[in-house]
Design a protein around this ligand. Sequence first.
Ligand code: CA
Length: 231
Amino acid sequence: MSKILIIEDETDIADLEKDYLELSDFDVVVCNTGLSGLQRARSESFDLIVLDLMLPEMDGFEVCRQIRQDQNIPIIMVSAKKDDIDKIHGLGLGADDYMTKPFSPSELVARVKAHLSRYERLVGAGIAKSSNDTVEIRGLRIDKTARRVFIEGEERIFTTKEFDLLTFLAENPNHVYTKEELFREIWDMESIGDIATVTVHIKKIREKIEKDNSKPDYIETIWGVGYRFKV
Ligand code: CA
């Protein structure tokens, strides 16, 4: 049974989240202050944390920062202010997701399940992030903070979109994505281009990371469907 820690000072919200998660068979612990939540996260092993931002004693930003120093479990941040989303991004805290209050409890349950299964896939594949912002797979190392890519320690230069595409695939291994899905994921709606853009970028990425493009070690073509990052 997966164990979830909710750090939330509004008890009616915390209770509602707890009820819904327990109905979905999760084991749930609630802490009402930032500091008690951080202490609990350090003394017990959880599978995922739902973290409110405005908290007494220590705010959610600081709690997230401190948990991330030694844990890679999924963290879903919750805030009443839309502006906080920019701040979460800007601070690079390593939160996996965020939700703006008010949200439906069933939406929370859906996101919790999605993050848990994604994390389990990564751990199961031996590709758990080796640190907060680095992904390492068979000689390929992606430094997300510095946005640099290395093959066997040797740096390869990537454009922004090539980097985003490679990182997305590497963080979601074994999942087959269609070109349409990848285009939607990496290019925003205003972008000029179409799914052929994805093909071109995959080709360029392969030239940089694969030894033999006809037998790729990393990005595999699933004919008629799309691409998959091999594990
Ligand atoms: Ca709060």
